[in-house]
Design a protein around this ligand. Structure first.
Ligand SMILES: [Zn+2]
Length: 209
């Protein structure tokens, strides 16, 4: 795997090839961005939305975090990175779709399922534990049906998408726009092993795209 020095060599290639080829595009983008789609994905190094969807600069507004989660609307005076990005995408950029993309072999989901970091101090795993504990209700449902094996992991990976979409709807700006027909919420799941993207239908079921 590349270290930062090697990444700089990659930057050199980008500057000479991609950037030069899309020079006009970059010039246009320097005036502002107007992506139509926001994507919420996992921080996992294997599931870069720009790569999976083969997008160009300016096309997707992306938030990535552990297990592609959206916490519910909370007024607790704390700092909310996902909420701020969401607010910006919806009220300022006025995106017309928000896609939550889960994925296979998700370490965050594994942590939620096994509760491996429970009881750890913040900075030693406690932040992970408290972040993924927003999946606890889903975890209980999954374990009741699938136990705690590989099937459970997969089921909980799909649940992250449903939980995040349900939490998105706790932000008043979202159902308002859904009702007006100006915003649509979508779910997807990228299976790393075979590179297949599954898309969620209106009933919350996933099928290959
Ligand atoms: Zn993940």
């Amino acid at each position: 795997m590349a270290d930062f020095t090697e990444l700089l060599a990659g930057y050199g290639r980008f500057r000479v090839h991609d950037w030069t080829r899309q020079r006009d595009r970059w010039a246009e983008l320097s005036e502002g961005q107007s992506p139509k789609v926001m994507i919420i994905a996992c921080s996992d190094s294997r599931v870069d939305p720009a790569q999976v969807f083969d997008t160009s600069p300016g096309e997707i507004f992306v938030v990535r975090n552990v297990a592609n989660l959206v916490p519910p609307f909370e007024l607790d005076g704390k700092r909310h990175g996902v909420s701020a990005a969401l607010e910006f995408a919806v009220t300022q950029l006025q995106v017309s779709e928000i896609v939550v993309m889960g994925h296979g072999s998700c370490g965050g989901v594994h942590a939620a399922l096994t509760q491996a970091f429970d009881g750890k101090a913040p900075g030693e795993g406690g932040f992970i534990a408290h972040w993924v504990d927003m999946l606890d209700d889903a975890r209980d449902r999954v374990i009741a049906t699938h136990g705690t094996g590989p099937d459970a992991l997969h089921a909980l990976e799909l649940e992250t998408v449903r939980v995040s979409i349900a939490n998105l709807r706790t932000f008043p700006c979202i159902p308002e726009r859904e009702a007006a027909g100006t915003l649509r919420l979508r779910g997807a799941y990228f299976a790393i092993a075979d590179g297949v993207l599954h898309v969620m239908d209106d009933d919350g079921e996933f099928a290959p795209a």
